[in-house]
Design a protein around this ligand. Structure first.
Ligand SMILES: *Cc1c(COP(=O)(O)O)cnc(C)c1O
Length: 400
């Protein structure tokens, strides 16, 4: 057993991952077996059937619990499967308060699927605490938010929201996908359940889809473990192994993602002065709302950065077409840099009005800054700005 007080990178590499007892293999094997022999009825080595429990999955769950400073973790086939399972804690008539800029697929599942089962959702800006307290009704059971959020990297105060949830007897859930357990540990701030899309930074190599939840609450854990088995959205042993392989470098990757993104932030700040960029969104960017809270609850700013380019949709799309190392693609958190256009890509399931209400403007570009050499990334961005054919002076003349 790895002690909780051992430091992060050591836990990432060792928690749950002792050498194989039978063979000495340093990397734990991928246990593909769907079923397990019993020596007599009910007399087994802790595993019966792989949906219920699998040795490779158990290693991943032990590891993730340790990284989030939690007692228990459950792994799922995707971040979305984790979301689905968490909603199965609720029943008809229950009400949930949700951050208004949660992951598009989370919004879609609540709004298009769960509503049909009689669960209601209020989407509020959780960066302001009174928006949460004002939304609480006698039916409210859960508060669900992301910080930093997507795509505007909005920061909510985890400790303060956890206090509100405790005093109102509400289950608090933080989707910690963007920050990862390396940068921020919501359970330490009193949050009941942390969820992740391990597809992103935790897996880290854009080659696996997965999800997980971590909690310290044994009662919630027992209910969720029952639901994991009853719902059945479990990850394959091979996928668990891939996630474990990625986790070993999570700490050093997050340091590099964050330092690269900070340099991109400074570069884009220069583009504000040059008139190319209107607004910059990054947790540790001082003018960013609640950046003081971000600095309090996060170790570094993370690898995600968004900005509004002057010239709207046309300019954003032209800018994206000039990039070479930033690949135009959805998703985030892999070693390679990605760029995307939220209004029609990740946030295309929102109506134009819903996007505007959430502050997602037509010129928004989101970058997932990878761990390549920063000089090459900055060259790539500079090249894209230099090659814009649309003239910003003309746009400004039209505007004024
Ligand atoms: C990607 C993502 C999800 C959904 O996870 P999948 O693994 O794609 O199902 C949920 N929350 C956040 C913040 C995400 O980025």
């Amino acid at each position: 057993m790895i002690c909780k007080f051992v430091k992060f990178n050591t836990r990432a590499i060792h928690s749950g991952q002792e050498a194989d007892k039978e063979t000495g293999a340093v990397v734990p094997p991928i246990h593909l077996s769907s079923t397990f022999k019993q020596d007599g009825v009910g007399n087994h080595k802790g595993f019966e059937y792989s949906r219920t429990g699998n040795p490779t999955r158990q290693i991943l769950e032990t590891n993730l619990a340790s990284l989030e400073n939690g007692k228990y973790a459950l792994a799922f086939a995707s971040g979305s499967a984790t979301t689905t399972t968490l909603q199965l804690l609720l029943k008809k008539g229950d009400h949930v308060i949700v951050g208004d800029d949660v992951y598009g697929g989370t919004f879609r599942f609540f709004d298009k699927v769960m509503k049909n089962f009689g669960v209601t959702y209020s989407f509020v800006d959780t960066t302001k605490l009174t928006n949460i307290t004002n939304a609480i009704t006698s039916s409210t059971k859960m508060v669900w938010f992301e910080t930093p959020s997507n795509p505007l990297l909005k920061i909510s105060d985890i400790q303060a929201i956890s206090n509100i949830c405790k005093s109102n007897n509400l289950i608090s859930v933080v989707d910690n996908t963007f920050a990862t357990p390396f940068l921020q540990n919501p359970l330490d701030m009193g949050i009941d359940i942390v969820m992740h899309s391990t597809t992103k930074y935790i897996g880290g190599h854009s080659d696996v889809i997965g999800g997980a939840l971590i909690t310290n609450n044994s009662e919630l854990y027992e209910r969720l473990k029952f639901l994991q088995n009853a719902g059945g959205a479990v990850p394959s042993p091979f996928d668990c192994w891939l996630v474990l392989r990625g986790i070993k470098t999570l700490g050093i990757r997050m340091e590099r993602h964050s330092s690269n993104a900070e340099k991109v932030m400074r570069f884009l700040e220069g583009k504000i002065d040059e008139g190319h960029v209107e607004e910059l969104y990054y947790p540790f960017y001082s003018p960013h709302k609640n950046s003081d809270i971000a600095k309090k609850q996060m170790k570094f700013g993370g690898g995600m950065i968004s900005f509004d380019i002057v010239g709207g949709k046309e300019m954003a799309n032209e800018f994206l077409s000039h990039l070479k190392y930033f690949t135009l693609a959805e998703s985030l958190g892999g070693v390679e840099s990605l760029a995307e256009y939220p209004p029609s890509m990740t946030h295309g399931s929102y109506t134009p009005d819903e996007r505007l209400e959430r502050g997602i403007k037509d010129g928004l570009v989101r970058l997932s800054v990878g761990i390549e050499d920063i000089e090459d990334l900055l060259d790539d961005l500079e090249h894209a700005f230099k090659n814009l054919k649309i003239d910003i002076d003309e746009i400004k003349a039209v505007k004024h």
